[in-house]
Design a protein around this ligand. Structure first.
Ligand SMILES: [Fe+2]
Ligand SMILES: [Fe+2]
Length: 364
């Protein structure tokens, strides 16, 4: 169903009349929710406008609001830069160096971590109505009757991204917080782990904020996110106290899944299955352009997903590596300087990224 409705965002600004007249020229498609009470609205083709980001939406007036409105009373501030600037990456590295890979479990701790990720994956797939078998029809009964091939739409992908990213920002913060408290409590240095872990949580939150600029979750999804955070934060907190190494391995496997999810979404874009995201009028959020410093002419949804996938691959590398280290003694190899700079070492970029992490004897 297609609905076109000009949104009125109280209080009415002096630009309201300008916005309204501009709004009617904008092509906008909105969707009504259809599955499992999930109501996620896409504001997919935005009109660039300096005063307002959302001219249309199918969201009710009561629900409709700018997710991240410009702060009021900031007359002296021109802009606020990210506290952790994203490292600059070359476009060729986004495609050549980043791909799905799996680290085979080597001991009991690894197998526990992988099992937990598979369980979480199952729950997430049910919660977000997602299946990997996107091409083939499914046989539903003994008579051989088949359903239509399952296909992910832009809306379904965004539901999945929002849910995944709301969970993904938790482990780094828990691990960073616990190591911070450990350092204070035991009066010991941390050797550089805390900042990397907090930066990971920050980066995941930037992913979430980016998708929230494109999609507004309905009450069901908000409830799911609330429940997931309550359960996941507390489980992570207790697990990290018991076995931080298993937790890093768990995050490494979780990030493998994240890389797979974004790889499949990018494949869908390449196959022309997501026309809204390949529409030349589709605009990615300014927030994303500024954070990843995406050059002019490359600001497409596909490139945005390539940047995000590279971040997930970096988290995969970092956490698999941290899972290989002595949790109490070893320094963080990603912020260390090495005696022999002529050979590749872990760093912040993705030029020498290792999908399965660095072994301890390679870096310590
Ligand atoms: Fe993420
Ligand atoms: Fe991640």
């Amino acid at each position: 169903m297609y609905i076109t409705r000009a949104s009125v965002k109280p209080p009415l600004s002096k630009y309201a009349a300008i916005n309204a007249s501009k709004a009617i020229t904008c092509l906008v498609q909105t969707y009504t929710p259809s599955t499992a009470g999930l109501s996620l609205n896409l504001a997919r083709v935005e009109c660039r406008d300096p005063f307002s980001r959302r001219q249309f939406s199918s969201t009710s007036k009561a629900q409709l609001r700018e997710y991240f409105p410009k702060p009021e009373g900031d007359k002296q501030i021109f802009k606020t830069d990210p506290a952790w600037p994203h490292p600059l990456v070359k476009h060729e590295h986004l495609t050549k160096n980043i791909y799905f890979a799996h680290r085979r479990p080597r001991d009991f701790s690894d197998r526990v971590a992988l099992f937990m990720v598979r369980m979480l994956r199952l729950v997430t797939d049910i919660a977000t109505g997602y299946r990997h078998d996107v091409d083939g029809p499914e046989v539903t009964d003994r008579t051989g009757k088949t359903t239509k091939p399952y296909a992910m739409s832009e809306r379904k992908w965004l539901i999945r991204f929002v849910f995944l990213e709301s969970v993904a920002g938790v482990p780094g913060m828990v691990a960073g917080m616990l190591r911070h408290l450990h350092s204070l409590r035991r009066m010991k240095r941390d050797n550089g782990w805390i900042e990397t872990l907090l930066e990971e949580a920050y980066n995941e939150r930037m992913h979430l904020l980016t998708f929230l600029k494109m999609a507004e979750p309905g009450w069901f999804m908000k409830l799911m996110i609330l429940g997931a955070q309550g359960v996941f934060f507390n489980s992570m907190f207790l697990s990290y106290l018991i076995s931080p190494r298993t937790c890093h391995r768990f995050v490494g496997y979780l990030e493998e899944e994240a890389v797979l999810t974004y790889t499949l979404a990018i494949q869908d874009i390449d196959a022309g299955k997501l026309p809204q995201w390949t529409d030349p009028k589709f605009v990615i959020p300014d927030l994303a352009v500024n954070y990843w410093r995406i050059p002019e002419g490359q600001r497409t949804m596909k490139n945005l997903l390539l940047y995000i996938r590279a971040d997930e691959a970096k988290h995969r590398e970092v956490n698999h590596t941290l899972g290989n280290l002595n949790q109490n003694k070893d320094p963080n190899p990603f912020v260390s300087s090495y005696k022999d700079p002529s050979v590749p070492h872990p760093g912040k970029g993705i030029e020498h990224i290792k999908p399965q992490g660095w072994e301890r004897d390679e870096v310590i």
